[in-house]
Design a binder for this molecule. Structure first.
Ligand code: 3PY
Ligand code: MG
Length: 249
């Protein structure tokens, strides 16, 4: 079973990592740091497809569930990632029910969806009957990160095949006329994020959010968020470097 689904069934929140740097070694090393899942970001990073496959293998080897944030809500990219070892799909800029239905269909085999058959790596992990249980092996989250998405939230949350939503706080802030900061304290952003969490709970869907700090992520878990990502590898690396340099000089 998918580790993230398992934790949710046990009523536990999921703490995930976020990778923007290409490389299988640090992906495995971080997966061994007790993350439940690790997201490979293909939207805003220089990670290409072959590298993403190596990183997903390394994350699985390290004991975390490999997720990807895809570059776009594109069925062929999503299908190819699922065929090669992604067990969670986070799709950006889901702005209305049509976008969410497209995503739901991309991750599901017929009759529910239009995913094409060719599960290379899932067959290795789950056996030849994988296709019959595919939807139980993966998690699908629609990114809510615009004012339009908030207006269409009820319709997005009602779409079959979507496990929940994932807040992109910086795009959301920009869309609301605020600064594109993580862990924002600006009123309109804070209110929009709480609204998304409340609506998700009403629809019995999971709600996740991208976080910058452990303190913010813990606060979100306490508020009822089921999935937090903390923190991007590049941010952790530069913070550690600044810290070590300031203590050395
Ligand atoms: C956002 O904050 O907009 C995101 O997509 C997180 O990377
Ligand atoms: Mg975004």
């Amino acid at each position: 079973m998918n580790r993230v689904r398992q934790l949710w069934q046990e009523g536990k929140p999921v703490v995930a990592g976020w990778l923007q740097l290409p490389g299988a070694l640090h992906a495995e090393a971080l997966a061994r740091c007790d993350y439940d899942a690790i997201v490979v970001d293909l939207q805003h990073s220089p990670i290409d497809f072959g590298m993403a496959v190596s990183m997903m293998s390394a994350i699985e080897l390290g004991g975390a569930e490999p997720f990807v944030r895809v570059a776009a809500n594109d069925g062929s990219e999503i299908g190819k990632l699922l065929d090669n070892g992604a067990y969670g799909i986070i799709s950006p800029m889901i702005n209305d029910a049509g976008d969410a239905q497209h995503l739901g269909r991309a991750v599901s085999y017929p009759p529910r969806g239009d995913r094409s058959f060719g599960p290379r790596r899932p067959n290795l992990r789950f056996g030849a009957n994988y296709h019959a249980q595919a939807s139980e092996t993966l998690v699908t989250l629609a990114m809510i990160e615009t004012e339009a998405a908030i207006s269409n939230l009820d319709a997005i949350l009602s779409v079959e095949g979507i496990d929940g939503v994932f807040v992109g706080p910086t795009d959301l802030a920009l869309s609301l006329g605020c600064s594109p900061r993580v862990d924002s304290t600006e009123g309109p952003v804070v209110e929009a994020i709480q609204h998304i969490r409340r609506k998700s709970a009403e629809a019995s869907k999971r709600c996740g959010i991208f976080c910058g700090s452990a303190a913010f992520a813990r606060q979100k878990i306490e508020e009822g968020f089921a999935f937090v990502t903390v923190a991007p590898d590049l941010a952790m690396l530069t913070e550690a470097a600044r810290n070590i340099i300031s203590r050395t000089r």
